[in-house]
Ligand binder design. Structure first.
Ligand code: CUK
Ligand code: CUA
Length: 648
């Protein structure tokens, strides 16, 4: 049966092998003259924000050179072989999460999160609607996937991801790769930065609100933006309830936390509190705000908070002068915030400044203990790297890798040397610059957000692909490039076009994930437990019974599915009935998934081995309607169908 699946296609490698299409060599040996990179001002800035100038022309002048990598494609994963790593990719404005194999960069699966998805029935089934909530928005804008941790190691329980468009945070179960909780964050708008607590465990999920809004936001204050506020939010990763919120000055962009369980920190741009572009650029400095978790928890316990509107969430005041927070001035409009896996530092990426500001958690200790008066004293290095630093990733050898959006490059630099240079020593901390194509946003190293950073792979998530692929109309794919960082030099090994638009990704070793994965559903799984309980009330044993239960205008249609048959080949309802179809896949064979599609009713759902899926709809059109299986499960798959009669 399962040999009916299209194995030979699934196993072939859609990404290019080592292409040799980029030019690591040219820039590689010339770390560049840091002094050449000065603050972006005047016309350069206008070009950046105007988007036309700098972005439009860049990259195209790059000359292709053969890489010395042609002989041994590091990314080659032959047909039938498994990747060494799982990559979890944000799906950006598609609202989903994607699973990629690394290093092949093959897309393995998509996990619908904030987006409706007809293939598996996300947003259609009752089980998914329970997760999405009533009246869920049509989609989402997902940026930052992160894996739950225990003591700074991935623990394989959950993935978390933000929705900027719908101000939500979602949790995905790693064992079944399915979204199991979505929380709408109150009092704020546009959840952007997201991270998980590392110590002792996750624990908190930290979420940044990017846009400042009136509090409460009840239809006033268009003309009083000075009264707008943004808040830092901590959720409880076990319950997905909001634990507390802290009001900050400015708006929050990206966030990260330490490896000791003491602090979280966020980049803020728009310290001016402006509502237009010119205003947001006025000051030369913005800041990083650090949150003291112990003090926040103590303040919550002591009742030093307010509540806003009908929300139960404790809201604390963390604006300038608050004992809960520390404001570290950094060059204006910082973007990415990245903690180093040695547990010592955190970096704010300059974006409009050619620098990355490196700060030490130990100095944050000093500040909150009163030993450090000037918060700027937390800065231990400020390396100049190039134009448009957005995000930084780390290896296990003391090096950092920073994306340069405007320069279309990846800069590798050494942390210890950057600190020495900041202290006045004459050392070159820049190790290499590698051209990427083009305009990278995030970068991420294998295991780089944990203590287990292994210094093997780096992925550059580029926003523009322009001339790199067959043209696909005006809309181009993004381009995620895989870079081998295991040696002294970064070597580009693979190009993977990706649909709009992954911002961030994480890379985990396969054993960590495979150990947790279920190949079939457990009949006691909580994901469909409510549906099972309802069947029990009707005296139905889902694994055996196929029958119709009528309760007034509500009709429950229970059926099994077993290749190539549904338990019911027909059922009758009356026009206007509220019909709930519950299908239980009793097949035990791995990969033997069935579908249930009801023609002309806009209904499809996936039922994987041992899963129960259900859908509720109103039978508003009289007539005969065929339902059929949508997953090619058997030689007689096309015959796997039945009829619903809706009586007029
Ligand atoms: S953000 Cu998109 S490139 Cu949402 Cu992490 Cu920096
Ligand atoms: Cu069941 Cu196709």
């Amino acid at each position: 049966m399962s040999d009916h699946k299209h194995d030979e296609h699934a196993a072939s490698n859609p990404t290019s092998p080592a292409t040799g299409r980029t030019s690591p060599a040219a820039a590689a040996d010339l770390p560049g003259d840091p002094a050449r990179r000065t603050f972006i001002r005047g016309s350069a800035l206008a070009g950046l924000v105007g988007a036309g100038g700098l972005i439009g022309g860049l990259g195209l002048e790059r000359t292709a050179q053969a890489s010395d990598h042609d002989k041994m494609p590091e990314d080659h994963v032959a047909s039938g072989q498994l990747d060494e790593y799982y990559g979890f990719w944000s799906g950006g404005q598609s609202g989903e999460m994607r699973i990629l194999g690394v290093p092949s960069m093959r897309e393995l699966m998509r996990i619908p999160v904030f987006n409706p998805d007809f293939a598996i029935g996300w947003g259609i089934t009752n089980e998914s609607k329970r997760v999405l909530g009533k009246g869920f928005p049509a989609g989402g804008d997902a940026h930052h996937p992160h894996g739950s941790q225990t003591h700074g190691h991935y623990d394989g329980r959950y993935l978390f991801i933000n929705d900027k468009a719908g101000t939500r945070v979602a949790r995905i179960r790693l064992d079944v790769m399915r979204t199991d909780k979505i929380t709408k964050i109150p009092n704020v708008q546009a959840i952007h930065g997201l991270r998980v607590q590392r110590e002792p465990r996750t624990g908190y999920v930290f979420a940044n609100a990017e846009f400042r809004i009136p509090t409460p936001n009840d239809g006033r204050d268009l003309d009083a933006p000075a009264k707008y506020q943004a808040m830092f939010t901590a959720l409880n990763g076990d319950t997905m309830e909001v634990a507390w919120q802290v009001i900050v000055d400015g708006n929050l962009d990206n966030t990260d936390c330490d490896y000791a369980g003491k602090y979280a920190a966020s980049t803020c741009y728009n310290s001016e509190g402006a509502v237009d572009l010119a205003g947001m650029m006025r000051s030369e400095r913005d800041w990083v705000v650090v949150f003291n978790l112990a003090r926040i928890e103590a303040a919550v316990k002591a009742g030093k908070f307010t509540r806003i509107g009908s929300s139960k969430v404790p809201v604390l005041d963390g604006r300038h002068g608050s004992p809960l927070t520390m404001y570290i001035p950094v060059p204006k409009s910082p973007h990415g915030l990245n903690a180093s896996p040695d547990g010592k530092y955190f970096a704010a990426n300059g974006k409009l400044s050619p620098t990355v500001t490196l700060m030490a958690w130990s100095k944050v200790d000093d500040y909150f203990a009163g030993r450090l008066k000037d918060p700027r004293g937390a800065v231990v290095a400020e390396p100049q790297l190039g134009l448009g630093p957005l995000h930084t990733a780390y290896d296990n050898r003391g090096n950092a890798y920073t994306t340069l959006f405007i320069d279309s490059q990846m800069a590798k630099w050494n942390i210890a040397d950057a600190i020495a240079a900041y202290a006045g020593k004459k050392v070159n901390y820049l190790r290499q610059k590698l051209d990427v194509a083009y305009q990278p946003g995030h970068c991420h190293t294998s295991l780089g957000e944990t203590r287990d950073a292994d210094g093997k792979w780096l992925v550059s998530l580029n926003k523009f692909s322009k001339d790199r692929f067959l043209p696909t109309g005006p809309l181009h794919p993004d381009l995620d490039q895989l870079i081998d960082i295991s040696g002294d030099k970064m070597v580009l090994v693979a190009d993977a076009p990706v649909f709009s638009e992954p911002h961030d990704a994480i890379i985990l070793p396969r054993r960590m994930v495979m150990d947790k994965i279920k190949r079939k559903w457990d009949r006691k799984d909580p994901f469909f437990a409510e549906t099972v309980a309802q069947a029990r009330k009707h005296g139905v044993v889902l694994e055996k019974d196929s029958k119709v239960v009528r309760a007034g205008r509500k009709v429950f249609v229970y059926m099994t599915s077993s290749a190539p048959k549904y338990g019911l080949s027909e059922f009758k309802v009356k026009k206007g009935d509220e019909v709930t179809v519950v299908v239980t896949n009793i097949d035990q064979v791995e990969d033997l998934t069935h579908g249930f599609c009801l023609t002309d009713y806009g209904i499809n759902m996936e039922i994987s081995p041992q899963e129960t899926s259900s859908v509720t709809f109103v039978a508003n059109q009289p007539g005969v309607y065929w339902y059929y299986c949508t997953f090619f499960c058997h030689a007689l798959h096309l015959e796997m169908r039945g009829r619903m009669l809706v009586e007029a």
